[in-house]
Design a protein around this ligand. Sequence first.
Ligand code: ZN
Ligand code: ZN
Length: 362
Amino acid sequence: MASPAESGFPAAPPHSQYEAAIPMRNSPEYRQDPLSGSWVILARARAERPTEFVAQPVRRRLEHCPFCAGNERFTPRAVATYPAAADSQADNHRWQVRVIPNKFPAVIESAPDIPDCGAAADRLAPLPGYGVHEVIVESREHTSSFSELSAEQARWSLLAYRDRLRCLANDSRLAYALLFKNCRGGGGATLEHTHSQIVGTSLTPAVVQRELQAAAEFHDRHRDCIFCRMVRSELDQAVRLVASTARFVAFCPFASRFPYEVWMLPREHAARYEDASLGDLDELSALLQLVLRSLEKNFSQVPYNYWIHTSPFDSAPFDYYHWHIELIPRITSQAGFEFGTGCFMNPVAPEDAASTIRVTGI
Ligand SMILES: [Zn+2]
Ligand SMILES: [Zn+2]
């Protein structure tokens, strides 16, 4: 074989120079999320610890799963089914997706009125837990992941998310609703049967308020939506891109808090998930399934969470806030450092994560 010099290629530099040519490859690196202000430490060397990537699937299958078709009597009556039932016997027809009140709600709909404490109300005084908590059962068959749904069930599910958000937005006592999924035991699911939840609250969560504030400040400075800019930048650079379609983009964010964290956004500016069209939901459901299948191909039975960040209910359609889905595979766990500092240690750079799970040829 010809030496590098003979072949016309420069000789490989000495080892130390080679390391310097790839900055931060193995050194820790700080990155800040422009939205939350949170810091992330990309600590790649920590990935070498062998236990870091052992996902422990936890099966919690019950003998009589209350979410399986035929067991509707074990749950409260449905508030909506997809496709819609022709009559009031919604639970008896061949539903594909079913929305029910949560049997063990985190908030209650019949909370007493908030007492009038005046302007100097003690912030430590408890507020009554008014809210709405519903479950979206995403399949009549017993499956554990959104990736295993039929394309039709996936579309119905995303439509159900939209309809429930629209419905809760009409309740003037609610300020916000978070749609989220806990998948598999390690993702916090108490039942294996694939489902999502929606919790409507009388307060806008602090995480969303921080995003809104950062996005508003960015807009004041740059007359641009920070999310639209992020979409353009990720498409241009393509180093953290996971997948893209005509209307959506999926990428590992620059300051990923977790290994293989993925965000999905509409390419066009859109402040509210509730305004998504049926065409949007068709495309998004396919994209979400592809991304999840790619994750599960690399990490079998991986537990995960995703949630939708959309605008608060009482807001006009902002030109600076852009709805999005955040997806977190539960490969590593948070521990004392994260809880104590609000700063995350991520052993996998988002550029490396994206190249591993990238989906091409959509
Ligand atoms: Zn089931
Ligand atoms: Zn935007």
